[in-house]
Design a binder for this molecule. Structure first.
Ligand SMILES: Nc1ncnc2c1ncn2[C@@H]1O[C@H](COP(=O)(O)OP(=O)(O)O)[C@@H](O)[C@H]1O
Ligand SMILES: [Mg+2]
Length: 251
C-alpha cells in the first residue's frame, strides 16, 4: 500500500520543495521505494534540485503526450536499495502556456499518481505543490493520506494554515504542521500547543532557519551536503512523526 504525503503551504518560499527533496532522499536511503511528483507547474523546482535530465514531464502527461510511467526518472546516488523516482513538473514554458490556455482533465492527476505508485511498487509517494489553492494543489491534497502543511511562524503564513486546515477538514486525510525557518529561541512548547489547540494538527517538526541551507543556493540537497547537520536530525524527526499513524490527526 502506497502512502501519499502532500507538502503544501499557503505562501511560496516556505521551504516545501527543499524539505520534500530531503525527506525523499532520507526515506529512500532507509530502504523504502519512494516516488516524487512535482505538481508545481507554475514554478517547478525538483528537476533542478534532483538534477534531472531531459525527458517527458507531468505537463506532457496532462496534455496527453505521454503515459505517466514515461515521466519518472530514477535518481541514483545516495539512495537505498528501494529506489527514488522523480517526475518533473514541466520543461520550458510552452507546456505551461498550453495548460493555462486549454486546461486539462484534473482527473488525470489522481489517476497518474495511482499508476505511478503501482508501476514502481512505491511505499511512499511525495507530492510537491505550488503555494496556495489551485487545481494541482487541491487535487494533490484530495489524494493525500497525510497532508504536511509548512508555515513560517508569522501571522500571514499562520492565517493561511487556518484556511488550509478548513479545507483539509473536508478531506479524509490526516494532517501535520511543520514550522519552517523558525527564529532562534522560538518557544517550542507554545508552538506545539498552538498547533494542537488552534489548528487541531500535531506539530511534526520545527525547522530552524539555517544559514548553511540558505548558502547551498539549491546546488545540492542539504542531507547529501551536510549529513551530520542538526537540521537533518529535524528532517528525521518529521519522517518519524509522519510515519507514526497516531501522531497525525485525522481531519
Ligand atoms: N530552514 C531553512 N533555512 C534557510 N533557508 C531555507 C530553509 N529552508 C529552505 N530554505 C531556502 O529557502 C528558499 C525557498 O525554498 P523552497 O524549498 O524553494 O520553498 P517553496 O518550495 O516553499 O517555495 C530556498 O533557497 C531554500 O534553500
Ligand atoms: Mg517549491
Amino acid at each position: 500500500m502506497t502512502r501519499t504525503i502532500v507538502v503544501h503551504s499557503h505562501r511560496g518560499g516556505t521551504g516545501k520543495s527543499s524539505v520534500l527533496a530531503n525527506l525523499a532522499l532520507l526515506i529512500a536511503a532507509g530502504g523504502r521505494r519512494v516516488g516524487v511528483v512535482d505538481t508545481d507547474i507554475q514554478s517547478p523546482t525538483l528537476d533542478l534540485l534532483f538534477r534531472l535530465g531531459p525527458g517527458p514531464s507531468l505537463a506532457d502527461y496532462l496534455l496527453g503526450r505521454c503515459e505517466i510511467e514515461a515521466t519518472a526518472q530514477q535518481v541514483g546516488a545516495g539512495c537505498g536499495p528501494g529506489g527514488l523516482y522523480v517526475v518533473p513538473a514541466r520543461t520550458g514554458t510552452a507546456a505551461l502556456r498550453e495548460i493555462m490556455t486549454s486546461g486539462y482533465d484534473v482527473g488525470l492527476l489522481p489517476e497518474g499518481f495511482d499508476r505511478l505508485a503501482r508501476h514502481h511498487a512505491l511505499d511512499v509517494l511525495l507530492l510537491d505543490t505550488h503555494a496556495g489553492l489551485n487545481n494541482e494543489s487541491v487535487t494533490a491534497m484530495a489524494s493525500a493520506d497525510v497532508l504536511m502543511i509548512m508555515a513560517r511562524a508569522d501571522r500571514i503564513d499562520l492565517s493561511g494554515v487556518e484556511e488550509t486546515i478548513a479545507l483539509a477538514g473536508r478531506l479524509t486525510c490526516r494532517r501535520a504542521l511543520v514550522l519552517s525557518m523558525a527564529p532562534e529561541g522560538i518557544d517550542r512548547d507554545a508552538a506545539r500547543r498552538r498547533s494542537e489547540e488552534v489548528y487541531r494538527a500535531p506539530l511534526a517538526g520545527i525547522l530552524p532557519y539555517s544559514p548553511e541551507m540558505a548558502a547551498l543556493y539549491g546546488e545540492r540537497i542539504f542531507a547529501e551536503a551536510h549529513p551530520d547537520h542538526p537540521l537533518v536530525g529535524e528532517f528525521r524527526t518529521i519522517i518519524s512523526a509522519l510515519d507514526a499513524r497516531d501522531e497525525v490527526s485525522r481531519a
